[in-house]
Structure formats: C-alpha cells, structure tokens
Design a protein around this ligand. Structure first.
Ligand SMILES: Cc1ncc(COP(=O)(O)O)c(C=O)c1O
Length: 398
C-alpha cells in the first residue's frame, strides 16, 4: 500500500465518493424485506430487450477487434451521427469531419471536455456552471480541471430550471463553460428555445462555451425536447459557435454497455477536443462502432422504447396517486421528508433500492442542498414494475 504525499492529488481528495458507492455504504448493513422480490430503481440503466440488429451486426464485424479503432470514430459512424442530428434537430448542415466526434459513451466526454475548455493558468480560477442537482460527472470534471464549480439551484420554485438570471455578473465574467442537462437527470426539466437563446446571448456577451448534455432527448412525456443545435439553426447560427452537444445510445437505444455517444457542434471546439482525445484515447472498438452506426440509423426501436417509458410513467403515477410527471427522462424526482431515511426505509420495508437526492447534489452558494428532501427512482423495468414500485413506495411508513 503506497501512501505517498508526492502522489496524492489534492483535487481528487476534494471529491466525495461517487453516488453509487455512497448508496452501497448507506444500505450495506441493512437487509431488504425477504418476502418481496427486490426492485432496483437506483441506477439509471435502461433494461429493455436488445434491438434486433445488434447481434447480427456484431457477428458480421468481429474482425474489427483485430484493429485499433480511431478515437474520433470511423467516418461512416460520424456520418451516421451527423445524419441523425440533422434529421432529429432540423439542421441545415452539419459536417461529419469537422463538427462531429464519436465518444466512448458520453460520461468520459462530459468529464474530459473540462480539460479542453478550462484554462488552469488563467489569473483567476475560472468558473464552470452546472445545475444542482446534477449528473455528478460535471462536478468531478470541473474540480479536476482546476475550475471552481458554480452550482445553479434547481428547485420546485424555479420549476427545476437552473436560473440564468440569478448568476452574478462577476461569475459570468469568469465562466469558462456551462453544463446544461436537458432533459435533466434527475429532475426531468427540459430547456425550451427561450432558455437556450438566452444562454447563447450570455455566452456571446461573456465569452464562454456551452456543453449541452442531451442524452435523454428521446425520452419525454409529451413535448419532444428541443436541442441546442436546433435552436442555433433556428436563429441562423449555423456554425454552432460556442456550442458542444452530447448525445448517447445508452438511453435512446437502451445500449449502455455499447459505450457509444456523439459530440457535435462548433468546429473550433471540436478540433481542440479531438486533440485532447487523441492523447486520452477513449476509442470505441470497431465492431461496436458498426453496431452504433446501425443504432443511429434506426428509429423503430427508439419509438418502441418511448412507448414503454410513457406507459411506465403513466402506470407509476396512476398507482402512486399524486405527483408531477417529469417532462423528460425516465426518472421520478420524488419529494420526501429526508431522502436518506426514505431510501433506507424503502430498502428494509419494501426491498426497493432508490437513490437519495442529496447524492446527486451539493451545497450551493446559499448553503442549501436542493436534493436533501428527494429520492430518485428510475423507471427502467417496464409498466408493471413501475406500478408495483409506486404501490410499494406508497406503503412505506416513516
Ligand atoms: C445526464 C447523463 N448524462 C450522461 C450520462 C452518461 O451516459 P453514457 O456514458 O452511457 O453515454 C448519463 C448516464 O447515466 C446521464 O444520466
């Protein structure tokens, strides 16, 4: 065991344990109710059947395992991503070679983008803005890149929007980039056109970049989410200046194990990010790039998945009897008195695993943790299980 001061990384020490490690610690001395089949609503992992094209495509591309894959993705894959983005978001143009990159799942890309966009040698520590609660990668990325995270509270009062108008002028001036998550994990909030337009205005005024995490864009209750590139196209900003958008097959195609995502936007930022990535090397194996290409080109399975998620939401809320449907994503952000206590009770009484909201959030500038009084439940096992989950949550006694 090495415990050397020379190899310690103070920025890493600053980060707490990852939410799922905290969840394991929370539950490890407890036993789930042995009379009930366990329900794991803790992890946001889609559990739908594999789309039919996966196995045959993989079978035909096995030979690719004998080659190093290109980190940026093969040109046919980037082309398939560009075509999907153009179709889905009504873009006039998107050049696969200069405006699109493949990611090995977006988690790594959302992390490493901070290394490309934060100048650690700036005189004053730059800010990276993010929603709170948030996908925890944003926080780790900002801290490890040497930036100061600025947390934007997303509460019921603001309809879970990260309020741009509450960010002080001196913070905007030092902002390197802003993470937006739409649809949001965990609150389900969706950015509308006006929100993205205002953010673009602020980005131009204060010279910062926007990283939009749109991984849940294909999972929504009623209104199909608008995308950042789509808003750029609507206002004639066809170079997508200052914008990087990330999307993924993990949620859209229920293929989290494939590790395939895409990055698209501003050619200058893409070039800078591609250079960083040529060193870090997060390449998706070639046979998996082939499967990814098939997945970006097919909408049938995506429509099927959407129906299942909608049925699950409806089943959950009908059985639960109250609450607000999330506008997007497959998460229910459930208000409770104390998220940790509720998660423990759910496990012991009902064999249900939930994530305490506080594990997805942090104390903001007001000294408040907006996740403390919530739990997150992922509806990833279909409508019947969603209804069963709601009934069990209903019967928890605190
Ligand atoms: C908001 C959000 N962004 C990104 C990801 C990363 O997904 P992947 O790396 O599988 O593309 C997740 C996964 O849970 C997520 O919830």
């Amino acid at each position: 065991m090495t415990d050397s001061v020379k190899t310690a990384q103070p920025r890493l020490e600053q980060l707490g344990d990852y939410p799922f490690a905290r969840l394991r610690m929370l539950l490890h001395e407890l036993s789930p109710n042995p009379d009930l089949a366990p329900i794991d609503a803790g992890a946001g992992e889609p559990r739908l059947p594999l789309p039919g094209f996966v196995a045959p495509t993989l079978q035909q591309s096995m030979q690719g395992f004998s080659k190093y894959p290109p980190t940026s993705g093969t040109m046919p894959l980037r082309q398939a991503m560009a075509e999907w983005l153009q179709r889905r978001f009504s873009l006039r143009s998107l050049d696969a070679a200069s405006q699109v990159l493949s990611a090995n799942g977006t988690r790594e890309a959302l992390f490493s983008v901070a290394q490309a966009l934060v100048n650690p040698e700036a005189g004053e520590k730059p800010y990276v803005l993010m929603p709170n609660p948030m996908y925890q990668i944003y926080l780790g990325a900002a801290v490890l890149a040497g930036a100061e995270p600025w947390l934007m509270p997303c509460t019921q009062e603001s309809a879970f929007a990260p309020d741009l108008e509450r960010v002080p002028e001196q913070v905007w001036r030092k902002t390197a980039f802003v993470y937006v998550c739409s649809p949001s994990n965990p609150t389900g909030w969706i950015a509308d056109g006006a929100y993205y337009r205002r953010l673009l205005e602020l980005a131009d005024a204060h010279d910062f970049a926007i990283v939009a995490d749109e991984c849940y864009s294909e999972i929504y209750w009623q209104q199909r989410p608008v995308g950042l590139l789509e808003v750029c196209a609507q206002i004639g900003r066809d170079d997508y200046a200052r914008c990087l958008v990330m999307n993924s097959l993990s949620k859209r195609s229920a293929l989290p194990g494939l590790r395939s995502g895409c990055i698209a936007g501003d050619a200058t930022l893409i070039a800078r990010f591609a250079r960083l990535r040529s060193y870090t090397g997060p390449a998706t194996p070639l046979p998996l790039q082939q499967v990814a290409m098939a997945a970006w080109r097919d909408e049938t399975h995506v429509e099927r998945h959407l129906q299942v998620y909608r049925q699950s939401l409806r089943a959950f809320f009908e059985a639960y009897g109250e609450g607000t449907y999330p506008a997007g994503s497959f998460f229910v952000w459930l208000p409770v008195e104390d998220g940790e206590r509720f998660a423990r009770a759910a496990y012991v009484q009902q064999a249900v695993t939930l994530l305490p909201g506080a594990y997805l959030s942090a104390e903001d500038a007001d000294g408040r943790n907006p996740g403390t009084n919530y739990v997150r439940a992922a509806l990833v096992d279909g409508p019947e299980m969603a209804a069963e989950l709601a009934r069990r949550l209903r019967s928890i006694r605190m």
